[in-house]
Design a protein around this ligand. Sequence first.
Ligand SMILES: Cc1ncc(COP(=O)(O)O)c(C=O)c1O
Length: 351
Amino acid sequence: MSFDLNNLLRENIKKLVPYSSARDEFKGEANTFLDANENSFGSPLTKWYNRYPDPLQLKVKEKLSAIKGVPVENIFLGNGSDECIDVLMRAFCEPGVDNILICPPTYGMYEVSAHINDVNIKKVELTPAFQLNLPAIEEAIDDNTKIIFLCSPNNPTGNSLDRDDIEIILNNYHGIVVIDEAYINFSRFRSFSQELNDYPNLVILQTLSKAWGLAALRVGMAFASQEIIHVMNKIKPPYNINQASQELTLQALEEVGQVNDMIKEIVAQRDLLAKDLMTIPVVQKIYPSDANFLLVQVTDPKAIYKYLLEKGIVVRDRSSVALCAGCLRITVGTPAENSSVVNAMKNWKPS
Ligand SMILES: Cc1ncc(COP(=O)(O)O)c(C=O)c1O
C-alpha cells in the first residue's frame, strides 16, 4: 500500500463544496463594493477595517514563502497552529471511528483537539531518553490511524526527535505525519520544510507565536503538498486570519534581522539559565533543550511551584505528566526574569 490522499480523507470532506465568500468570487479591478454586506460608510477606526480581509492571505504567504523557502501554494495559515491541528483532525478523522497517534509527553492540544472532534487517541510514550519508540508505534498503528503527531523540538521535554526515526515513519507509514516545529528556530537541527517533495504525507506546523514573538496575533502555518493545503483551505472558516493580524504580520516579517537577534539572545539566556539553575540544591536535573524553555527536575515540584507563584513567578508544573516526574517547565525570560526565578529558587526552604 502507498500513500493515497483520497483514501485518507473523510467522505463528507471529499464531497464538501466550500463556502464561497464574496471576495473569493471577485477577481480584477473594482471601486464599488456592494457584494459583502459590509458598512460602506467606513469604521470607527481610521483604516479599511469595514472590509473583509483576504481569505487566503496572499500577501502574508508571499512574504513567508520568501523567508521559509516554501512555495505559496504549499502554505496554509491558521488562527495559531492550534487551528491547523483542528483542521487536520476534521479533514482526516471520522468521529468515533478513526484515531490519531501521539507520543507523550507532548503538546496537549493534539489530545484536546481529538477529544473535541470525538477522535480516538493511541498513545505511545517516548522512551526514557525522550525519543520515539518505533517498534511500539508500529504495533499501535491500525487501519484507522489517520494522523501521527510528532513534536520536534518537543514540548515539554525540549529535545529534538532523531531525524532518522522521523524519516522511518515518513517512509513506512501511509497516513498523515504531522511534524510540529513550533520551536524549530531555537533548535540546532534543520526543519523538514525542504522535504515536502519527498513526502506526500508530510505536514509541517510552524508558528509566529514563539521565536517571532507574535503570540497575540494568532498566526500559525502548515506546510504540505498542494493537495493537502487545498483540503485545509476548504475546511477553514473563510476569514480565519483577521485584517489587523495580516497587516501587523506583514510589518513584522520585514524584521527578520531583529528576530534573529532575539533568537540568539534567547538561546544564550537559555544556556545561562541552565547553568545558574544547576547551582541550586533543589534542582536535580536539567534536560538539554532545543527550545525556549527548560524542563527542570526538582526535589519538591508542587511546593516549589506554589512558592514561586506566591512570589509572583509563574512556571508550568509538569510533574504529573508521563516521564516528567518532579519536573517544572520554565520558559527562558529576560535576564531580569531569569534572575528572579533563580534567586527565588535559591531561597526556597522545605516547610
Ligand atoms: C508544540 C506546540 N505546538 C503548537 C503550539 C501552539 O501554537 P500557536 O500559538 O501557533 O497556536 C504550541 C504552544 O505552546 C506548542 O508548544
